[in-house]
Design a binder for this molecule. Structure first.
Ligand SMILES: CSCCC(=O)C(=O)COP(=O)(O)O
Ligand SMILES: [Mg+2]
Length: 246
């Protein structure tokens, strides 16, 4: 149990925090993997695709005239290594967006996650997301969940493009600016990855680690952060609100 944390904002990670890592690495990655090449070839005029392909070539050490197959090989190697490179995330997000729209994908979140988020929001705390998944992918996923469309819960979405790398403190300062510059200690960040919590704490945020049983970071050393196994153990009180648990 965290005891009561006073906050104006709660910012949540997705993979390992709201959803099982297997939902991303198995369900979503397997959906994207065979569709990357066809998507690139079918959308040569889409500026987002052109930029992602050019960035993949640059980051992947390919020549500017590399083939789609060579680009896809780099993207697949990043997926195999779970390297959350921005061009990969951009392409995955577009593919997932269509998969959700076609009802070929549906998001499954941990059962404790959305009840807690709803409680906090109803008590007056605002919510935002910071994930390596692209903003387009985040919104598509929240639009088509087993809990229905839950996009209305979140005021802001941040990814590694509009905020920066998740393990670096300046990204959390950029997010705070995007939230209207609340005092840093009035923001709580929830994540399963200790290095992300370290970066958020360096920016002055409160932090809580999610050590969910069976998840990759369940046995990680979360110190000096608080760590819990589920959202049921996190009590958030809005800044200026009463001291009752919510
Ligand atoms: C539902 S958006 C896809 C999530 C994703 O691609 C991802 O890499 C999640 O990483 P996170 O930073 O949320 O741990
Ligand atoms: Mg995560």
């Amino acid at each position: 149990m965290t005891g009561s944390l006073r906050a104006r904002w709660v910012v949540v990670d997705i993979e390992g925090t709201l959803t099982a890592t297997s939902q991303v690495h198995v369900v979503l990655y397997d959906y994207a993997r065979p569709r990357l090449g066809p998507w690139i070839d079918a959308h040569p005029e889409d500026e987002r695709v052109r930029r992602a392909v050019a960035d993949t070539k640059a980051e992947g050490g390919l020549s500017a005239d590399a083939s789609t197959a060579e680009v896809v090989a780099v993207l697949h190697s990043w997926m195999d290594a779970d390297r959350k490179a921005a061009p990969l995330k951009a392409l995955q997000g577009l593919i997932w967006e269509q998969g959700y729209a076609r009802r070929e994908l549906i998001s499954r979140y941990f059962p404790d996650a959305f009840p807690a988020l709803r409680r906090w929001r109803e008590s007056g705390v605002d919510l935002a997301v910071f994930s390596s998944g692209s903003v387009a992918g985040q919104i598509a996923s929240f639009s088509h969940s087993t809990d229905g469309d839950v996009t209305g819960l979140f005021e802001h979405h941040f990814d590694t493009v509009n905020a920066g790398p998740k393990r670096e403190a300046p990204s959390y300062r950029a997010i705070a600016a995007g939230l209207g510059d609340p005092r840093p200690e009035e923001i709580v960040f929830l994540s399963d990855v200790p290095a992300e919590l370290h970066a958020a704490a360096e920016a002055g945020w409160q932090t809580v680690g999610l050590a969910r049983p069976g998840e990759p970071f369940a046995d990680a050393d979360f110190a000096p952060h608080r760590a819990v196994e589920s959202f049921d153990e996190i009590h958030i009180v809005p800044v200026g609100g009463g001291d009752t648990d919510v």
